[in-house]
Design a protein around this ligand. Structure first.
Ligand SMILES: [Zn+2]
Length: 242
């Protein structure tokens, strides 16, 4: 693995149908931190225009195959699910499925539609596995990621953002966040579930925000960026991995 890769860190986001105010909060946060990011899109929003204007941001797709699995899809098959998002984000070359729904036919379909990189593999830092990108037979490059804000809530022995960065220096380091968790500064899924009825009711969402500046998804990102900048890490976009 190159020295360049070991000193580069990647921030990704799955927007997961967040309301525009919550997405705006994330975009403002990225701006304030001067942070590049790869944003995986689930739905149409006027904020796509703001994202596209920002050279530090690239867009990927976040297709939701769960309704197909649950027999409640209005779309006929996985090709249609992918196609719907391609229509919205035709420039995307990166994909990550919602809920990490993964299958060889899905990867082959991504590749067949011009995608070049997928991020469907979550391998947590706690696994101790040193990560790298690799080629899939479909032609896709697979880039596993090792931090996810919601999964982190379930970790019994939580490692700090600083540990993620400094103790995995030989590993590919991709961190994934969700706008709702950044907004709520989620530290437990109980908080998230309590706030759920207000996800599309922004004025009433604020009361659920975790105010702890040291613990929570937003705190994790802030600490991560501080530590990265102090230690000479740079931030890249997922497509830089190609
Ligand atoms: Zn998702």
């Amino acid at each position: 693995m190159s020295e360049n890769l070991t000193k580069t860190t990647y921030i990704t986001l799955d927007i997961d149908w967040a309301c525009d105010e919550v997405i705006t909060d994330t975009l403002d946060l990225l701006d304030s931190l001067d942070l590049p990011a790869t944003i995986f899109i689930t739905h149409d929003t006027p904020l796509l225009k703001r994202m596209r204007k920002n050279p530090r941001i690239e867009l990927g797709i976040h297709p939701n195959f769960c309704p197909l699995l649950q027999g409640r899809s209005v779309l006929p098959d996985y090709h249609a699910v992918i196609h719907e998002l391609i229509t919205l984000v035709p420039e995307a070359i990166c994909a990550r499925s919602h809920a990490l729904v993964d299958a060889s036919p899905i990867l082959v379909a991504f590749a067949g539609q011009g995608f070049r990189l997928d991020m469907n593999m979550f391998v947590p830092f706690s696994s101790g596995i040193c990560l790298t990108t690799f080629k899939h037979y479909s032609g896709l490059t697979r880039a596993p990621y090792f931090y996810e804000d919601d999964a982190y809530c379930f970790e019994t022995d939580k490692r700090t953002p600083e540990a993620h960065l400094l103790e995995a220096s030989g590993s590919l380091q991709v961190f994934n966040f969700h706008p709702i968790h950044l907004y709520l500064n989620t530290e437990t899924m109980t908080r998230y579930e309590r706030a759920r009825p207000y996800f599309q009711d922004f004025p009433n969402l604020e009361q659920f925000v975790n105010q702890d500046p040291e613990n929570g998804a937003r705190a994790f990102l802030n600490r991560l960026v501080n530590c990265a900048r102090t230690n000479g890490y740079t931030f890249g976009k997922a497509s830089d991995l190609l």
